[in-house]
Design a protein around this ligand. Structure first.
Ligand code: NIG
Ligand code: FE
Length: 421
C-alpha cells in the first residue's frame, strides 16, 4: 500500500462541508464539483476540488514526494465514506422466527415481554467466546466495506452481565485495531433487564453504575453510554440516573428515545445535552424543539421502522424545525437485521421526503458528528481523513435513483483502498 493516493478523472465529487453537524436548511448545501480530483497524503486529504483548481498543483507536488498511487475514477462519482452511527453489530445467534412472528402481526414488545427479543440474543452472546465474537464481527465488518461504510458505531448490550459486556467491548477494540473500519464503541448495559434482576430495573441500574460503568470508563472501553429508555424497560428516572453517572465518568451520552411509546426520552436527551437521541418515532414536537436548542443530534433509523412495519420518524419536520439529522442502520438481530445503505437512501427519499443532499449529509458528516468525529471525517475537504467511496455511477444522486442497488465500486479508508468490487 502506498502512502499517497490521487484520484483523478472524478465525474462528480459530492460532499457536505464542515467540521460540525449541518443543521436544518444547511443540510441541503452540498459541495458538488464536476471533473474533480482528490489528493490524499499520508491518509489525510490535501486537496479535493476541480482539476487544476487553486492549490491542486501544490498538493500533487507534495504527494509526489512519496510513492503515489494514481487511480483513474473513469468519470464516476465520489462521495465521503458512510458513517453508520448506530448499530448493534456484535451479537451471537439469530432470531429468524421473531421476524416472521412480527410479519404475522405480533409486536416487538409482546415478544420482548414473554422473554424473547434481546434476552435470547443475550443467552447466545453470553455463551460465545471472545474468538467466536471476533469472527462474527470480522465477517460483518467485511460486508460493511462493500457498502462503503468507513466508520461504524457498535453497542454492547447483549451480555447485560459485567463479563459479557466487557467482552463485547474488548472484541470491538480488537476489531478496531485489526481491520480498516473505525469502530466507535458504546456501552449499552441497560439494553434490557437481565434475568438476574427480573422486576427490579432500578436495582440493575444500581449494579451497572457501581459494578460496570467505572471499569468501562477507566479502561476507556467505550466512548459513549446508551440506554433503552422505553415504557416497560427503563423509565425516565433510571435513564437520567444512569446517564448522569456516565457523564460524570467522562462518557458521551446517547439514548434510545421514544421508539415505541413517547415517554420523554428526547426531552431527557436535551436536558443532559446528549450527543444524540436515537429512534424518536414517538418523540413530541416540544421535546424535539428542546433537542434543537440543546444541539442534540437526531438519529433516525428508517430500516428499523420499516422492519417493524411502523411509519418512519418524521425526519422532514425535524430538519424543518432546525435539527441536525443523522441516519443510521441500527443493525441488530431483532428489530432490524439490515445494514443496507441503499435501502436507507430509498426510504429517506421516498418515505421520509428528504432531498438527496439531506440524506447524504445525514449519512456522512452528521453521522460523524453524532460520534464526535466531525472534525476528522464525514466530508471530503483538506485536513479530513481520506475516507471515501467511488460509485459505479456518473452522479452521486444515483445512490437514491438506482433504488436499493449497491453502487459502491471502491472504498478508500485513510487513503488506502480497502474494498474493490
Ligand atoms: O435499537 N430497541 C432496542 N434495541 C434495539 C433492538 C435490539 C434487539 O432487538 O436485539 C433497537 O431497535
Ligand atoms: Fe438500537
Amino acid at each position: 500500500m502506498k502512502d499517497s493516493i490521487v484520484l483523478t478523472n472524478i465525474g462528480e465529487l459530492a460532499t457536505p462541508l464542515g467540521r460540525a453537524a449541518q443543521k436544518g436548511a444547511d443540510m441541503r448545501r452540498l459541495n458538488i464539483v464536476k471533473d474533480a480530483i482528490i489528493v490524499i497524503d499520508e491518509g489525510i486529504i490535501v486537496y479535493a476540488g476541480p482539476r487544476e483548481g487553486k492549490g491542486c498543483r501544490e498538493a500533487l507536488d507534495k504527494a509526489r514526494r512519496r510513492e503515489v498511487l494514481v487511480v483513474d475514477a473513469q468519470k464516476r462519482a465520489c462521495v465521503p465514506g458512510f458513517i453508520d452511527s448506530h448499530t448493534h453489530f456484535l451479537f451471537a445467534g439469530f432470531r429468524v422466527d421473531e421476524f416472521f412472528w412480527r410479519a404475522e402481526g405480533q409486536s416487538y414488545m409482546e415478544i420482548h415481554n414473554r422473554g424473547g427479543g434481546i434476552s435470547r440474543t443475550m443467552e447466545a452472546t453470553r455463551k460465545a467466546s471472545f474468538e467466536e465474537l471476533l469472527e462474527l464481527g470480522k465477517n460483518r465488518l467485511d460486508r460493511m466495506l462493500s457498502f462503503g461504510i468507513t466508520t461504524v458505531e457498535g453497542k454492547s448490550g447483549y451480555g447485560l452481565d459485567r463479563d459479557t459486556e466487557i467482552r463485547q467491548l474488548e472484541v470491538m477494540a480488537a476489531l478496531d485495531s485489526s481491520q480498516p473500519i473505525d469502530i466507535v464503541p458504546t456501552y449499552l448495559g441497560p439494553h434490557a433487564v437481565p434475568p438476574e434482576f427480573t422486576g427490579r430495573a432500578s436495582d440493575y441500574i444500581d449494579y451497572v453504575i457501581d459494578q460496570v460503568l467505572p471499569e468501562v470508563a477507566s479502561r476507556r472501553l467505550a466512548a459513549f453510554a446508551d440506554i433503552f429508555c422505553e415504557e416497560g424497560v427503563f423509565d425516565i428516572d433510571d435513564s437520567q440516573r444512569y446517564l448522569e453517572a456516565a457523564a460524570t465518568l467522562g462518557l458521551g451520552l446517547k439514548i434510545h428515545a421514544d421508539e415505541i411509546v413517547g415517554i420523554g426520552g428526547a426531552g431527557l436527551a436535551a436536558s443532559l445535552k446528549a450527543a444524540s437521541a436515537d429512534h424518536l418515532l414517538k418523540a413530541s414536537r416540544d421535546d424535539l424543539a428542546k433537542m434543537a436548542r440543546a444541539g442534540v443530534i437526531a438519529v433516525c433509523l428508517p430500516l428499523t421502522a420499516f422492519t417493524l412495519g411502523e411509519p418512519c420518524a418524521d425526519a422532514r419536520a425535524m430538519i424543518d424545525s432546525g435539527l441536525a439529522l443523522a441516519l443510521a442502520s441500527d443493525l441488530n438481530p431483532g428489530s432490524c437485521y439490515s445494514q443496507s445503505i441503499p435501502l436507507i437512501f430509498a426510504l429517506a427519499t421516498l418515505y421520509m421526503k428528504l432531498s438527496f443532499a439531506e440524506t447524504l449529509t445525514a449519512l456522512t458528516l452528521n453521522g460523524a458528528a453524532a460520534l464526535g468525529l466531525a472534525f476528522r471525517t464525514g466530508s471530503l475537504e483538506p485536513g479530513k481523513a481520506g475516507d471515501l467511496i467511488v460509485l459505479d455511477a456518473p452522479e452521486a444522486a444515483h445512490l437514491a435513483y438506482q433504488v436499493g442497488m449497491n453502487l459502491v465500486a471502491l472504498t478508500v479508508k485513510n487513503g488506502k483502498i480497502v474494498y474493490r468490487k
